[in-house]
Design a protein around this ligand. Structure first.
Ligand code: NAP
Length: 277
């Protein structure tokens, strides 16, 4: 590892679904190595899993001493306010990265101190297979070095986009945070429709699943716009065109997706307000 890409020393707070996905990404991408990570996790079963899978030191409680580059908070938003103050000193020496949904930079600064560089990020579930997308917003204390550190932490489980306007986080949550569920729903609907069209259900489910996964892989492998990819598979007078005519009728499907995203963004705002009160 060159000096510019030295292993990061990380304190991971919470190794549930998302924390352990990040841990796997960090070790797999050589962002760090087992001796440079400390994990705090109260759940005994998860502690055993982390040690068995990664050989990383895991503590049930806040370590008495620690120094390093970043404290990454991957606990549920509901308990974050109680958890943050115990890590003030450690965050002050490096930076704080939180992936807790709905916890804004002000709330994070209240917990760890207003002079601490803080990155608030929203990853999504495909991070668990290294194909997530994260959106990050920095507070004013974040400099280029901290940004680079956060890029390495979040980039180990997928791509990273930065925004400067934190208010956009509700829309981000609604699009990429909740988005995987929209695709799962589409897959369910395709499988059901395949069954209704006469296919054995098991076959319809496999075809729907593999079609969605294959189309996503194709989209990921090209810079072509999805609209272009759609046009490429739509022959005039053909079967795809017949299906798309139904799906695109009066823009109903697109309007339904737009309403869904708006509902999710509204709910994200509501949840953030509840957490602040
Ligand atoms: N999952 C997603 O798709 C996703 C997407 C974007 C953002 N996020 C955010 O990621 C965060 C974690 O979500 P998750 O799905 O990974 O939740 P999770 O599976 O419940 O993991 C949270 C872990 O933190 C542990 N924990 C509780 N109190 C702790 C403490 N004081 N110190 C250290 N660890 C503690 C929990 O243990 P116990 O079970 O014993 O409480 C649990 O193992 C959340 O804030 C969520 O908003 C998740």
């Amino acid at each position: 590892m060159s000096a510019a890409t030295q292993a990061l020393r990380i304190l991971l707070v919470g190794s549930g679904r998302m924390g352990s996905a990040m841990l796997r990404g960090w070790l797999g991408q050589s962002v760090t190595y087992p001796d440079a990570i400390t994990v705090v996790e109260p759940d005994e079963h998860r502690r055993t899993q982390v040690v068995a899978e990664h050989g990383v030191p895991v503590s049930a409680v806040v370590p008495e001493e620690w120094s390093g580059d970043a404290v990454v908070f991957a606990v549920k938003p509901q308990i974050l306010d109680q958890v943050l103050p115990a890590y003030r000193t450690y965050c002050a020496a490096g930076c704080a990265v939180s992936i807790a949904a709905g916890k804004d930079l002000d709330a994070l600064a209240k917990g760890v101190g207003s002079s601490v560089p803080i990155v608030r990020a929203m990853p999504n579930l495909p991070a668990s297979v290294g194909r997530g997308v994260s959106v990050a917003v920095p507070n004013q204390q974040v400099d280029a070095k901290i940004r680079d550190c956060a890029n390495r932490l979040l980039g180990a489980v997928g791509s990273v986009h930065w925004i400067e306007d934190e208010a956009l986080m509700d829309a981000v949550t609604a699009l990429s945070g909740s988005g995987p569920a929209y695709i799962f729903l589409l897959t369910e609907a395709m499988a059901k429709a395949g069954g209704q069209a006469g296919l054995p259900l098991a076959l319809a489910r496999s075809l729907a699943r593999e079609t969605v996964a294959g189309a996503a892989a194709l989209m990921a492998a090209t810079d072509d716009d999805p609209a272009q990819l759609r046009a490429d598979v739509t022959s005039p007078g053909g079967t795809t065109e017949a299906a798309l005519r139904v799906l695109m009728e009066n823009d109903l499907w697109a309007a339904s997706v737009a309403r869904a995203v708006t509902a999710a963004a509204d709910r994200s705002r509501e949840l953030a307000a509840v957490q602040e009160s």
